[in-house]
Structures are given as structure tokens and as C-alpha cells.
Design a protein around this ligand. Structure first.
Ligand SMILES: [Zn+2]
Length: 120
């Protein structure tokens, strides 16, 4: 049986179905590191951060960004929220949060945003 014959079926290594949020394409050929469910990421430019020149083209520059997505590693019991900070001139930094931690942080960020806007 080839991969083509198995379209619509789970790869041999997957012991449960993906969550409805997973947008990954899984195949029998996925190596261990690629056996990850991940959802659509949301990218938030950090406009208060300094912009970094984009390589050799000094006319272009980009701010650092946060990229947030739901991820579930192969054989993990539950997904986690992955927060990635990246900028062109620094190493990418990852943070993982449980759903409860993400709720707590999200609630507090919303509260702070209301204070910052004067709407609290
Ligand atoms: Zn998946």
C-alpha cells in the first residue's frame, strides 16, 4: 500500500485522530520530529519593538513578532499553546503554555489593555 492509497486514512504511527484544529498533513514518512499536530498560527507584529533591517536590503525592515499556535507533540496527552518570539537579529525564543496558563495570561493582557486605553 502506498501513501496515495491511504489518503484520508491516518498514518501508521498515529494512534488517535487529529483534533479539529490541526492543519498539519501527516504521512507515513513523517520522522519522529515531524509527528506534530499544529493549528493555524496567529502572528502579531510587535510595533513598539525596534525594526530590524532585512538582510542586505537596508530599505526593508521588520519588527519582531509573536507567533501563537496550538501544538500537540506526538504521544503527548494534550495540546499546548506555543508562543514564539522572532526578530531578524536574534534567536527565535519559544514558550509553551498550558490552556489554563494561556487563559490567565490572556485575561490579564485584556485587563491591562483596558487600563492602557482608559476604558477599564
Ligand atoms: Zn494532526
Amino acid at each position: 500500500m502506498t501513501v496515495t492509497d491511504r489518503i484520508g486514512e491516518q498514518p501508521y504511527w498515529q494512534t488517535r485522530s487529529c483534533g479539529p484544529w490541526c492543519e498539519a498533513v501527516h504521512t507515513d514518512e513523517d520522522v519522529f520530529e515531524d509527528r506534530v499536530c499544529c493549528g493555524q498560527s496567529r502572528v502579531v507584529p510587535l510595533t513598539l519593538e525596534p525594526c530590524t533591517p532585512d538582510g542586505s536590503d537596508k530599505a526593508k525592515s521588520r519588527p519582531a513578532v509573536f507567533s501563537v499556535e496550538l501544538v500537540q507533540q506526538y504521544e503527548a496527552a494534550a495540546p499546548h499553546i506555543s508562543v514564539l518570539r522572532s526578530a531578524l537579529d536574534e534567536p527565535i525564543r519559544f514558550t509553551r503554555m498550558s490552556p489554563d496558563e494561556a487563559d490567565e495570561l490572556g485575561d490579564y493582557l485584556k485587563e491591562l489593555a483596558k487600563f492602557a486605553r482608559g476604558t477599564a
